[in-house]
Design a protein around this ligand. Sequence first.
Ligand SMILES: Nc1ncnc2c1ncn2[C@@H]1O[C@H](COP(=O)(O)OP(=O)(O)OP(=O)(O)O)[C@@H](O)[C@H]1O
Ligand code: SF4
Ligand SMILES: [Mg+2]
Length: 324
Amino acid sequence: MLLEVRDLHVEFRTRDGVAKAVNGVSYGVDAGETLAVLGESGSGKSVTAQAVMGILDQPPGRITGGEILFQGRDLLTLKEGERRKVRGAEMAMIFQDALSALNPVLSVGEQLGEMFVVHRGMSRKDARAKAVELMDRVRIPAAVERVGQYPHQFSGGMRQRIMIAMALALEPALIIADEPTTALDVTVQAQVMDLLAELRREYRMGLILITHDLGVVADVADRIAVMYAGRIVESAPVHDIYKAPAHPYTRGLLDSIPRLDQKGRELYAIKGLPPNLMNIPQGCAFHPRCPKARDICRTDVPEVHAVDEDRGSACHFWKECLNG
Ligand SMILES: Nc1ncnc2c1ncn2[C@@H]1O[C@H](COP(=O)(O)OP(=O)(O)OP(=O)(O)O)[C@@H](O)[C@H]1O
Ligand code: SF4
Ligand SMILES: [Mg+2]
């Protein structure tokens, strides 16, 4: 396994109290595999990714337990210097908002080239040639002419391609893309997602794709991990989930996807709101919103049941859910 997160716990200590953002997350990605991480806003998707990348805001954030094994090493035991070498060269992250992730006063060529100057000791001239090559790779038209331009001179979709190019520059083994297309309009979204999927295949990277849009993952992901209140509530190969979810929350997410064949039908929405992370409900955290909740759900935390050898569900009634 390329990356294996085991029983990760992260909390944020704020003036108002302790927010338990990640409460025992375990997930893994193999080389060449795409794991989609889904869940509503605040479920802990980004915080988990930040812990993996080593860019968690600490304080107020604090990793209170778990392991992050990357190519066999536990990243949580590395010194910051070693950690920095892993970041960028061996794993890279793509963010939602390219404009704030890129440096506004450096040309895109300088920013892309910088990766090769700093990490590979290349000359400026060679690094610039590499930058052009990368811009071509991510299909930015007229790369030679545009390499000297600044981020604000590119459209949103093109900026996102530049960020993908930055992430790819050193050919990392793992890329984490955190809502990489959310800020783009729908057609551009599809193009950027296709590009990412294609490059992932070509470079045989592991990819963690964070999104709250179940609609986009069907074509690109191999596996899905669904998060709720800082836990993985269901994890499965993508096709199994679409066929029959084994958790009522996954069912709710699936039923809230707009479908072309059901135009005009009122869209389903999961009732209620995500929980307050300073006061997560007892038992199953989803019980106040779950249409299948019973007494045991209010008292007993469901463990992860093996639905299949490569599939798990944290629901007391996963069998029932699987059967519809
Ligand atoms: N810098 C921070 N300071 C305090 N609390 C934080 C901070 N970052 C995250 N949190 C807490 O962690 C929770 C989970 O945040 P996270 O960013 O992982 O959510 P997410 O699943 O990525 O949601 P979204 O879909 O909105 O991006 C937040 O709801 C918040 O309570
Ligand atoms: S454990 Fe109970 S409340 Fe939680 S998802 Fe399953 S049925 Fe719903
Ligand atoms: Mg997020």
